[in-house]
Design a protein around this ligand. Structure first.
Ligand code: HEC
Length: 396
């Protein structure tokens, strides 16, 4: 009996990461909704800027918001921060287990950049830290005083990182890293700005002083960014399951990511406006625009590899390609080091296997270059084109 502990660790860390991320995004969406659903009414106590009624789980809730803070702090005050911290910690652990420990398979694409594992890992860490530092500088710079120019600056920063990452890492790692940079910015906003500022406000109030209004403004600006970055970050995190998104490769990967950012932001804008009580024309443009952006993305990614190979590819030739480049891992008893079972449950040893999984093979190895992982056997574009031609020859 062998227990593959690495598989268990990966599973548990991923489970933790998804649960903490759901908790973070859940509370974040809830508070955005709450804030925007507050309404000013007659008869609210002094200092209250609005309240919101809701019904849930068998009871009614009335939540009120104070303009700055109540005259006296309540004995029990709930904070929302551990969701963010644990999402980042578990996410970084997951990144380290998959992309650092498995750098040669998941992080490095020797056709992009012939990294050794350690420099590749160091670059990954530098991107995460550098992304936050550059973002924070932008927010503190004169650009930070205007919402639109700052948003443009942050957008350019992320798209530029996307371009640089697609030149350096495997597609899958590049997309994931853009997500990780954004997620680092979001968590660091909570850790370095939002929570410390709230603590300073409380300290001032406890000392009987008027809190600096700038503290609230700064926290508000960072929360707004987190709000608009939520949907793109989730899309980037799940992108590895949809490798057709990588078809832009080194040339257009950045454009795909740019479209993702705008699309997620536009959809978020719809909900923000709706929570505020917006209606009519204010709500009409976001969904059509999101659909247009998806169509633009589909057009950008259309037919990445055209089967130019006119001669028919024989079953034997197709099987030989797969046996050379895939079967060392995708087998009942893999021969590749570190593999104990066929990854993702997919075996590619016989013609039957190949026929059964041909659409997944098309997605992973023809329309994108995700497989073979790390390309240890140097699968060429010609191999991919021939495999694609064989798949196209098969009937649906
Ligand atoms: C070095 C080992 C290795 C080689 C070689 C390899 N794969 Fe994979 N493959 C993996 C691993 C690991 C996964 C699971 C990836 C994950 O967890 O996201 C995987 C997953 C897959 C999947 C499922 C993806 C999904 O999420 O639906 C397909 C399809 C696939 N590989 C096809 C291929 C093809 C085709 C080849 C050859 C051209 C190939 N692989 C070569 C390791 C390998």
């Amino acid at each position: 009996m062998t227990i593959v502990w690495s598989d268990w660790i990966l599973l548990l860390v991923r489970w933790l990461h998804i649960v903490t991320a759901i908790a973070w995004i859940g509370t974040s969406f809830y508070f955005i909704w709450l804030d925007k659903s507050l309404r000013q009414r007659q008869g609210l106590a002094p200092g209250i800027i609005g309240d919101s009624w809701s019904v849930h789980g068998g009871g009614f809730y009335q939540v009120q918001k104070y303009a700055v803070a109540p005259a006296e702090l309540p004995p029990e005050l709930h904070w929302f921060k551990y969701e963010a911290y644990f999402t980042w910690l578990s996410g970084f652990a997951l990144l380290a287990i998959m992309y650092y420990w498995g750098a040669e398979s998941f992080l490095i694409d020797p056709e992009r950049f012939a990294f050794r594992p350690l420099p590749a890992i160091a670059s990954s860490v530098a991107f995460l830290a550098g992304g936050w530092l550059a973002y924070d500088l932008l927010c503190r710079s004169p650009l930070g005083r205007h919402t639109v120019s700052l948003a443009t600056g942050v957008f350019v920063l992320i798209v530029f990182s996307a371009w640089a990452l697609t030149q350096l890492f495997s597609d899958r790692a590049a997309f994931l890293h853009v997500g990780a940079i954004i997620a680092t910015i979001m968590s660091a906003n909570v850790f370095f700005i939002i929570i410390p500022n709230q603590k300073k406000v409380i300290a001032a109030l406890t000392a009987g002083q008027q809190p600096d209004a700038q503290l609230g403004q700064q926290a508000g600006q960072r929360s707004l960014h987190n709000n608009y970055l939520t949907l793109p970050v989730v899309l980037l995190m799940i992108s590895a399951h949809h490798p057709f998104l990588f078809a832009g490769g080194t040339d257009l990967g950045w454009a795909v990511i740019a479209l993702m950012l705008v699309m997620g932001g536009v959809i978020r804008h719809f909900f923000n406006t709706q929570h505020e009580g917006g209606h009519g024309i204010r709500l009409l443009w976001q969904w059509p625009m999101a659909v247009l952006l998806i169509l633009a993305m589909a057009a950008l990614l259309a037919n990445p590899v055209k089967p130019t190979h006119s001669a028919a590819v024989s079953d034997r030739a197709a099987l030989a390609i797969v046996q050379t480049h895939c079967s060392s891992c995708h087998a009942t008893a893999p021969t590749a080091a570190g593999f104990n079972a066929a990854p993702a449950g997919i075996r590619l040893e016989t013609l039957d296997d190949l026929t059964r999984h041909r659409f997944q093979v098309l997605a992973q190895a023809v329309n994108s270059r995700v497989m073979p992982l790390g390309n240890p056997t140097k699968m060429t574009t010609a191999d991919r084109t021939r495999l694609g031609a064989w798949i196209n020859q098969q009937s649906l």
